[in-house]
Design a protein around this ligand. Structure first.
Ligand SMILES: Nc1ncnc2c1ncn2[C@@H]1O[C@H](COP(=O)(O)OP(=O)(O)OP(=O)(O)O)[C@@H](O)[C@H]1O
Length: 343
C-alpha cells in the first residue's frame, strides 16, 4: 500500500547548515494491516509519516502510495491523494469555533460535497466513533478521548483507504488510550482501512500493530512482525524502548545500571514462546549455572493473539557463570536479553 524506496528528507540547504531528518528509508506498509513506526523524540517519525501524504516533500528517493509517486504529484494530484489518506494528530487539531458535526463535515465541504450528502455521511460517522449524541458540542465541551474520536470521524469522512496516526494517543491517559486503540482496531477490521501510526510508546505498538519498524536518528534500524521484534529485539534502540516498557518493579528499575561494578549481578529477561514455552528451562538454568538465580519479575503477555512469557532473573556476573548461561541459551534456543546489572 505504501512503499518507501530509499526515501529521505533533508531540511535546509544541502551540505552545511542543513539537517537530515530521515535517511534512505526502505519500508513497505502492507494493505489492510496496522503498522507502527516507533522511535524516540526527534528520531524522524513525524517527518517520515508526513512524507506519505506530501506534507513534507522527499529530498531523495521515493514514497509510493498504491504505486503512485507522491513526489511526482502536482497540486491537484496531492489534493486528490489527501482525500484518500486520513490523518489524526496528537492534539486533535479540531476547529474550536465548529461543533463536532461541523468539524467532521469540514473535509467534505472542502471537497465540494452537497449539504444533503454531508448530513447523510456525518451522522453515521459520529455513531461509528460512539459520539452520535455529541453532534452539537464544541471541542471545549469534550474530553480528550472524545476530541480524538471526532478527529477519527473527520479523518474517515472522505472514505480514505489509509489512515495516518501521528502520536494520536500521546496526550491521553492510559485508559482513554486503550479505548482509542480499540476503536482504531475496530475500524481497521470493519472498514479494511490500512493504518500507519507513529508513536514513542511500545505499549501502543504491542496493543494494535501487527508490524513495526523502529526508527533511530532518521534510519529504520529494525522492522518485522511485532511479535518477532518484541520477543527477540535485535537492535540496541529497540531493546532500550522495550526495557522502558517492561513492567519492572520500581525498586528494580531504579537499581539497574548499564555497567557492572564488582560483585554485581547480571539482570536478564528470558522470553518464552512457541517451543520454549513448554519446556522446564528455568529449573535447568539453575542446575546449569551452579549458582543461585533470583526470579525478580514475570508476566504473560499477548501480541496479535500470540502469547509469550517474560521472566526477569538475576545471577552472578562472574565471567564463568555468564559463559555457562550463554552456552545454555544457545543449546536450548531460549531467547534472552541483558537488561543491565543490579547489586
Ligand atoms: N522544519 C524543520 N526544519 C529543520 N529541522 C527540522 C524541521 N522539522 C523537524 N526537524 C528536525 O528533524 C528531526 C526529526 O524531527 P521529527 O519531528 O520528524 O521527529 P519525531 O521523531 O517526530 O520527534 P517528536 O516525537 O519529538 O515529534 C529533529 O531533529 C527535528 O529538530
Amino acid at each position: 500500500m505504501v512503499a518507501f524506496e530509499g526515501a529521505g528528507k533533508r531540511y535546509g540547504p544541502a551540505g552545511e547548515g542543513g539537517f537530515t531528518a530521515v535517511e534512505s528509508v526502505d519500508l513497505t506498509v502492507g494493505r489492510g494491516a496496522i503498522t507502527g513506526i516507533i522511535g524516540r523524540s526527534g528520531a524522524g517519525k513525524s517527518t517520515l509519516i508526513r512524507m506519505v501524504n506530501g506534507l513534507e516533500a522527499v529530498t531523495c528517493g521515493k514514497v509510493l502510495v498504491d504505486g503512485v509517486d507522491v513526489g511526482g504529484l502536482g497540486e491537484d494530484g496531492l489534493r486528490s491523494l489527501r482525500r484518500q489518506i486520513g490523518m489524526i494528530f496528537q492534539h486533535f487539531n479540531l476547529l474550536s469555533s465548529r461543533t463536532a458535526f461541523d468539524n467532521v463535515a469540514l473535509p467534505l465541504e472542502i471537497a465540494g460535497v452537497d449539504k444533503k450528502t454531508i448530513r447523510a455521511k456525518v451522522g453515521p460517522l459520529l455513531d461509528l466513533v460512539g459520539l452520535g449524541e455529541k453532534a452539537g458540542s464544541y471541542p471545549s465541551e469534550l474530553s480528550g478521548g472524545q476530541k480524538q474520536r471526532i478527529g477519527i470521524a473527520r479523518a474517515l469522512a472522505t472514505d480514505p483507504k489509509l489512515l495516518l496516526s501521528d502520536e494520536a494517543t500521546s496526550a491521553l491517559d492510559p485508559e482513554t488510550t486503550q479505548s482509542i486503540l480499540e476503536l482504531l482496531k475496530r475500524i481497521n477490521a470493519e472498514l479494511g482501512l490500512t493504518v500507519l501510526l507513529i508513536t514513542h510508546e511500545m505499549e501502543v505498538v504491542k496493543t494494535i500493530a501487527s508490524h513495526v519498524a523502529v526508527i533511530d536518528a532518521g534510519r529504520i534500524v529494525e522492522s518485522g512482525r511485532t511479535f518477532d521484534v518484541y520477543t527477540n529485539p535485535q537492535h540496541e534502540t529497540t531493546r532500550t524502548l522495550l526495557a522502558s516498557a517492561l513492567k519492572l518493579p520500581h525498586w528494580l528499575r531504579s537499581a539497574v545500571k548499564p555497567q557492572p561494578a564488582a560483585g554485581d549481578r547480571v539482570l536478564v529477561r528470558l522470553v518464552f514462546f512457541g517451543d520454549t514455552a513448554f519446556r522446564p528451562l528455568t529449573g535447568r538454568l539453575v542446575t546449569e549455572l551452579g549458582s543461585d538465580v533470583n526470579i525478580l519479575a514475570g508476566a504473560i503477555e499477548e501480541i496479535s493473539g500470540e502469547p509469550f512469557g517474560s521472566l526477569v532473573v538475576s545471577y552472578s556476573a562472574e565471567p564463568d557463570v555468564v559463559a555457562r548461561a550463554n552456552r545454555f541459551y544457545a543449546e536450548t534456543g531460549l531467547v534472552t536479553e541483558v537488561l543491565g546489572y543490579v547489586p
